[in-house]
Design a protein around this ligand. Structure first.
Ligand code: GRF
Length: 198
């Protein structure tokens, strides 16, 4: 079977992108074809280049409030790579319903909480403030609903006494790097059975 073509969208360091790219080898049913960032200074772009993955930048600051123009430019860069699957990995722009309709059924995102708990930002601080005994990350299909969409995988970590948002984030990030590749491998093979770690 021809490998599924995966584009990974980032805004920052791209550690999840690295984990995904490095997982797509051997008998894995997918291969990375593009790493796209909305920020020209994203550190992940250099990491992608070192890994030999083509990169593109769609600078959202060039489109100020015009989301449609930003997304039209992003779609042009994506169409040039003809991806079958989009993996959002630390991508920090809100997508319009027009974009999520166009790519419906082919988009994954990783969110650093056990959805549906803690949608949105600052999830680690909020988990601590809520006194959660456990926390974690979720990979879900992207729909028009922010941090909504069918859940394709979750990884749990214990919250420990003395945890700070930083120590908790580090523990969650380690699990993200295991969960996202596991979910992508199944999704690329057409299997939507949720992954649960540990
Ligand atoms: C991670 O916590 C991820 O859950 C969130 O963005 C953060 C940075 O990810 N989506 P990365 O290192 O840029 O992959």
């Amino acid at each position: 079977m021809t490998p599924r073509r995966v584009a990974i969208l980032i805004s920052g360091g791209g550690s999840n992108m690295v984990a995904l790219v490095e997982s797509m080898t051997g008998d894995h049913p997918a291969r990375p074809v593009l790493v796209l960032s909305n920020r020209p200074d994203a550190a992940g772009l250099e990491k992608a280049r070192r890994l030999g993955v083509p990169t593109a930048v769609t600078d959202h600051r060039r489109h100020r409030k015009d989301r449609a123009a930003f997304e039209a430019e992003m779609n042009a860069a994506l169409d040039a790579a003809a991806p079958d699957i989009l993996c959002f990995a630390g991508f920090m722009r809100i997508l319009t319903p027009g974009f999520t309709r166009r790519w419906a059924g082919r988009m994954l995102n990783i969110h650093p909480s056990l959805l549906p708990r803690h949608r949105g930002l600052d999830t680690h601080a909020r988990a601590l403030a809520a006194g959660d005994s456990e926390h974690g990350c979720t990979v879900h299909e992207v729909t028009a609903e922010l941090d909504g969409g069918p859940i394709l995988g979750q990884a749990r970590v214990p919250v420990r006494p003395g945890d700070t948002p930083q120590s908790l984030a580090a523990r969650v990030l380690e699990m993200e790097h295991r969960l996202y590749p596991a979910v992508l491998r199944r999704f690329a093979a057409g299997d939507r059975t949720p992954v649960h770690l540990p």
